[in-house]
Design a protein around this ligand. Structure first.
Ligand SMILES: [Zn+2]
Ligand SMILES: [Zn+2]
Ligand SMILES: [Zn+2]
Length: 154
């Protein structure tokens, strides 16, 4: 499970992240690249405390907080609250843009390890609202056992 300490970002990924930052009018900085790399590396959404652990002393807490906030605002990351109410972050679909998120998929949260998964292929249903109500977003969280906790349980 433990990954080698590896601060190298591959050339293709570096190019991909740089494009993403440029497309969102963000300056390409090492901390921003490292945050993108750490998040895209994981199959689950990542919280700020987890990122602090991954990045160690590389990026200070305030900078990390600002990076996450700006990424969310730009439509690069979307926020999902885990079962403890901690914010976790996952990469957005390419359709997201500043102030417009289109990540209308169901999230799965494991009740044992508290991991948050994006179920990109399961979209949230359309709902009919009462007249004069307007919809901004729908969040659906499915809660259960993830595959690795299921294995431990068996
Ligand atoms: Zn989004
Ligand atoms: Zn689990
Ligand atoms: Zn998601």
């Amino acid at each position: 499970m433990k990954r080698e300490q590896d601060n190298e970002i591959s050339k293709e990924k570096l190019e991909e992240y740089s494009q993403l930052l440029k497309a969102n009018q963000l300056k390409i900085t090492q901390p921003r690249l490292r945050v993108l790399d750490s998040i895209s590396d994981k199959s689950t959404a990542v919280s700020q405390p987890e990122l602090e652990k991954i990045l160690g002393t590389e990026i200070d807490r305030v900078t990390l907080y600002r990076i996450l906030a700006s990424f969310e605002e730009k439509g690069i990351l979307h926020k999902v609250f885990d079962l403890n109410g901690t914010a976790t972050y996952a990469l957005c679909s390419t359709k997201c843009s500043a102030h417009h998120h289109h990540d209308q998929h169901v999230h799965f949260i494991c009740s044992v390890c508290n991991s948050v998964f994006c179920l990109d292929e399961i979209s949230v249903p359309k709902i009919n609202l009462p007249t004069n109500f307007s919809l901004h977003s729908i969040a659906i969280n499915a809660v259960g056992l993830c595959d690795s906790c299921q294995e431990k349980d068996a």
